[in-house]
Design a protein around this ligand. Structure first.
Ligand code: MN3
Length: 199
């Protein structure tokens, strides 16, 4: 069964003024859709067609050697963006609660450390809050391009896309402003649920 583009649970303009509607629409219907198309092309005709994206990325080294590069990039891109949309909300912002709050500890210090990993990331990539399943602990990881933290044994909880396509229309070169604004749309309830499911 082919992978599909997820519907957003909010309108393209719902995250304004932090993320503008035009950026959201292009990001979802063009960028994400291209990763999806190339992922489906990569798995077509192989036994990967019956596997979940989590399974494929977590076991990338067992995929056919000539598919691994495409799966890492387009499969990672497909999965990363699915998580990105799900962990943002027009009702977002604030601070986490529940077990996640305990794992994160001092929120101001965490926010500063995460921002400090996302803003200077060279070229294109993502910054993630992630966990190792069953550990109950969280880590911050900056990843290049579309490489998923799943390829290193982590479960992604929350990620910010710092490719220029994620912010250039509204913020141009001002990545720090985009990252600062993104905190206002983080859907902590969803991130907490992902952590609870993994711990
Ligand atoms: Mn993107």
């Amino acid at each position: 069964m082919a992978f599909e583009l997820p519907e957003l649970k909010y309108a393209y303009d719902a995250l304004e003024p932090h993320i503008d509607a035009r950026t959201m629409e292009i990001h979802h219907t063009k960028h994400h859709n291209t990763y999806l198309t190339n992922l489906n092309n990569a798995v077509a005709g192989t036994d990967l067609e019956s596997k979940s994206i989590e399974d494929i990325l977590s076991n990338l080294s067992s995929a056919p050697a000539d598919k691994q590069g495409a799966l890492n990039f387009h499969g990672g891109g497909y999965d990363n963006h699915c998580i990105f949309w799900a962990t943002m909300s027009s009702e977002g912002g604030g601070e986490p609660g529940g077990a996640l709050a305990g794992a994160i500890g001092d929120f101001a210090a965490f926010k500063e450390k995460f921002t400090g990993a996302a803003v200077p990331l060279q070229g294109s990539g993502w910054c993630w809050l992630c966990t190792k399943a069953g550990s109950g602990a969280v880590e911050i990881k900056a990843m290049p391009n579309q490489t998923s933290v799943r390829t290193e044994g982590y479960v992604p909880l929350l990620g910010i896309d710092v490719w220029e396509h994620a912010y250039y229309l509204n913020y141009q070169n001002r990545r720090p402003d985009y990252v600062a604004a993104w905190w206002n749309v983080v859907n902590w309830g969803e991130v907490e649920a992902r952590f609870d499911a993994a711990k």
